[in-house]
Design a protein around this ligand. Structure first.
Ligand code: T46
Length: 136
């Protein structure tokens, strides 16, 4: 099972709703980076990579999309459509996202600063990393 979810604080009252997540509480690491993806066309596939060290929690704060998680042995496709629930995308997991509905905003909390050297963008290289136990 590759699917791990974190439930955020969701404070709803007559004024609306406020969703909050804190590092090392609802997010299982210290948050070093936040970014979001928006304006993605419905036929577009993003991702198609794995990370050496970066761990992430992803949340569709508006709209929905699908995520495929693949550890080299099993693969799962997951719907993100709840602004108060975050999906763990751990390091060493090949991931891609697609079927963005119009207006979707996908927010990411990441455990490290952006570094292109942390990416494995070639699928054959990813499979070699899995085979070798991710030893550098
Ligand atoms: C994931 C999804 C949701 C930066 O400058 N800083 C950043 O923090 C990131 C993540 C990217 N960039 C630059 C690097 C590229 O020139 O933005 C461009 C697109 O990045 P990337 O190809 O990584 O975008 P996605 O949408 O394919 O993937 C990213 C994350 O890498 C990925 O792990 O889950 O967003």
């Amino acid at each position: 099972m590759l699917e791990t979810w974190y439930s955020f604080t969701n404070a709803k009252d007559e004024r609306g709703a406020l969703v909050a997540a804190e590092g090392r509480k609802q997010i299982p690491f210290s948050i070093e980076r936040v970014y979001f993806v928006y304006g993605v066309g419905s036929g577009v596939v993003r991702g198609n990579h794995a990370h050496w060290d970066t761990r992430q929690v992803l949340v569709a704060i508006q709209g929905s999309c699908r995520f495929t998680l693949n550890d080299g042995k099993q693969k799962e496709t997951i719907l993100l459509n709840d602004p108060a629930k975050g999906l763990l995308v751990d390091c060493h997991i090949w991931h891609n996202m697609f079927y963005f509905t119009p207006g979707t905003v996908l927010m990411a909390f990441a455990s490290s600063h952006y570094d292109e050297a942390d990416y494995v963008r070639n699928y054959d290289e990813f499979l070699r990393c899995v085979q070798s136990g991710w030893v550098r």
